[in-house]
Design a protein around this ligand. Sequence first.
Ligand code: ATP
Ligand code: MG
Length: 569
Amino acid sequence: MFFSKMLIPTLREAPSDADNVSAKLMIRAGMIRKLGSGLYEILPLGLRLLRKVEKIIREEMNKAGGQEISLPLIFPKDLWVETGRWDVYGKELFRLKDRKMAEFCLAPTAEEAITDLVRKNINSYKNLPLMLYQFGTKFRDEIRPRFGVMRSREFLMKDAYSFHTDEADLEKYYKVMVDAYTNICKRCGFNFRIVEAASGAIGGSFSHEFMILADTGEEEIVWCNCGYGANSEKAQCLEYENSKENPADMEEVFTPDIGSVEDVAKFLKESPDKIIKTLIYTADSKPIAVLVRGGCEINTVKLQTLLGANEVLLADEKTVISVTNSPVGFAGPVNLKNIQIIADLSVLSIINAVVGANKKDFHLKNVNFKRDFNADIIADIRNVKEGDICPRCKKEKLKFSRGIEIGHTFKLGDKYSKSMNAVYLDTDGKEKFIIMGCYGIGVTRILAAIIEQSHDENGIIWTDTVTPFEVVIVPINYEDTKTKESVDKIYKELKSFDIDVLIDDRAERAGIKFKDADLIGIPYRITVGEKNLALGKVELKFRKDAKDKVKFLSLQETVDEIKSVFKQK
Ligand code: ATP
Ligand code: MG
């Protein structure tokens, strides 16, 4: 392949709206172009990269026993009404109408379509288990498209769905898929962690995210040397140790215009850990009181899951006043009537706590759980925070890192088969719901994630496994006969070994070609110039090595060295 014949529009500067390293570098290296917010054109180099990632994923899916299919990108509304997701998915779903005014959506994920396919074509336990997967464009009207193809509105995903007779079979297969995803991450060269995750709009009982460690990641993950890992929004929180104090008598204190935890703590000269925040929420419009230790935050996803509610929101001022008979800032659990009280585990151990008095400008001191107030539900409903102990080993402090989610695996159970009545006949002749798992991985996002992990000031550094070309040959002057002969010879030999080679045949200065090779990030560069050729040598440079670290080798040695790198291909 000749550089001069390809559409590789490299740029010296990234456009000003490119908002992270990978977006900047992919645009500068001529791999993608922006068409509109969250919409990208994939250019030849970009597509070659996607195909490489696809190949790795396809191999792993086939190894896991999957069969590749292709579903439509437009889905009829009816299927989505059956599962209730036409409403639940909200504004992220792109909706459209046909000429007869029938309603459709553009695929953001395909549980409905695949469940429909399976319910119509699988009848018996004899046809299970089954795993089907596809590579398909997905559409999501993201509230904030950003970071190039990392969070775009149209992207390529591999989605897989597995179907089982029972939970035990799903459990067994789920492990196979986690292994397959682990292999994909390893083969892409990722430094990654598998973490427990919240299941979000896809739902189900249990899910894991595959997180690429990168300071620029949108997600926060917590982990421990014992092997525990979780998305911080899902991480389990433990009860705190009891403080060692004797309970004192409750007393009312005057706190004029002082409502926030920090202000109350300062005013009463207490640690925020001594304060119990009482927050009034509405769960599907019904007010509830939620208690958490000052300095901790309520996790609304946990709260929502606990209550099985569709929507949990902080209550407005009017509701707070009507529930507590006081302005915002003075709510407390003592004598709070006619409302469900939900206490986070963090409040149980506080001895002599400070709480709002449900009375303007007053708080209560020396308040103690059980003696002075009670809760209807006690549960883990807060966000994990620095200093918290690992919930698994219960010894070490959790560590916090930033991550990029590239894959998500879910145990769906009967969530979709129940609502869509996808059943099979079991060995006992009885109809049962098919048990499902689903497994998504972002092909386009993987490219961005590799770049976030692997780049330097000169550009991208691709791995041997994911790269648009494995070798770039840079002739100093391709017009020179001897140079051309040598370049063509190396090219032919490497191609015969199935290695992807780009010849930079452009009539540009060597410096410009080197800059572009570094920017594009091809792992091996062979420079062929008249001076070295006179000595029977060419120059071999590894992209990941320092600028001046080059090897002078004969043509054959160069070819042999590169062949040895790719011999496992
Ligand atoms: P996020 O939390 O980042 O929005 P998600 O939980 O919505 O991700 P899933 O529905 O689990 O994502 O989709 C599976 C995979 O698809 C993700 O792990 C990610 O790699 C990819 N993906 C999701 N949304 C986008 C997007 N807007 N742009 C590019 N890739 C995406
Ligand atoms: Mg999302």
